[in-house]
Design a binder for this molecule. Structure first.
Ligand SMILES: CC(=O)[C@@H](O)[C@H](O)COP(=O)(O)O
Ligand SMILES: NCC(=O)COP(=O)(O)O
Length: 237
């Protein structure tokens, strides 16, 4: 059974674009859970361009499924996560100016740093996951950090799948097999969509959780727009 964690960054992007509180981020998270989401993911970035640190606090009492906070463990992020105490923290090595996450950790180079950070979160009862590329040496390195889980960075898979190259699943399958041998839990995310999720889920053994945001919100717009236009037309009759 693979859990679906809905990433609500894009809801905050939309809200921030008008400066008010529509759509309401907490309300959206509550509805997403009511509609079956098994987790809520946020990725507060240091510039707070979408999710704000205050959103992370406001969501805490309302997320009764799994609460996953992603980000680069700079001091302000660590303080926030230790205050909010979500179910899981996913560590992502993204630069402040990155448009979106664009690489996994070098778990070998940053081993000592990751060991310290992961230990601190685990001491506070927060499950840890680290964002990694599907590279066997990086999976072995992840194991040495003490993390509970890895999150496989799926951008390359998603891109290749859209071009018809299903072989792109191979490094993910090999990485998952090794992670299973090493007793590391497996999450995955980035650019997963209705188009590519089924094949990925079917090919990856023991996939515990996927976090999906960009495509899920885009698909929701397309799948909902006909209905909403009809509702407006009815009001205008
Ligand atoms: C960690 C990851 O893969 C990201 O997809 C991320 O959480 C999305 O962040 P943005 O919404 O800022 O692109
Ligand atoms: N960890 C990945 C995530 O939360 C969502 O990524 P995306 O679907 O917005 O690319």
């Amino acid at each position: 059974m693979t859990k679906l964690s809905v990433n609500i960054n894009k809801i905050a992007t939309l809200r921030n674009s008008r400066g008010g509180d529509v759509p309401n981020v907490v309300g959206f998270a509550k509805d997403a859970q009511r509609f079956g989401a098994e987790g809520i993911t946020i990725h507060p970035r240091p510039d707070e361009r979408h999710i704000r640190y205050q959103d992370a606090r406001d969501l805490k009492p309302e997320v009764y499924t799994e609460y996953n906070i992603e980000g680069n463990p700079v001091k302000s992020f660590m303080d926030l996560v230790l205050e909010v105490k979500p179910t899981q923290v996913t560590l992502v090595p993204d630069a402040v100016d990155a448009i979106t996450s664009n690489a996994g950790w070098d778990t070998i180079k940053h081993k000592d740093f990751l060991i310290d950070v992961i230990q601190e979160f685990k001491n506070n009862g927060i499950r840890t996951s680290i964002f990694v590329d599907p590279v066997l040496a990086q999976i072995e390195g992840a194991k040495l950090t003490g993390t509970d889980r890895i999150e496989l960075y799926t951008e390359a898979y998603a891109h290749q799948y859209s071009l018809g190259n299903k072989d792109a699943i191979k490094p993910y399958f090999e990485s998952a097999r090794l992670a299973n041998e090493l007793d590391l839990g497996i999450n995955a995310g980035h650019d997963l969509s209705l188009e590519n999720i089924k094949f990925f889920k079917d090919e990856i053994p023991n996939l515990l959780e996927v976090s999906i945001g960009h495509a899920l919100i885009t698909e929701s717009l397309y799948l909902g727009v006909e209905n909403v236009i009809q509702m407006y037309l009815n009001k205008l009759k």
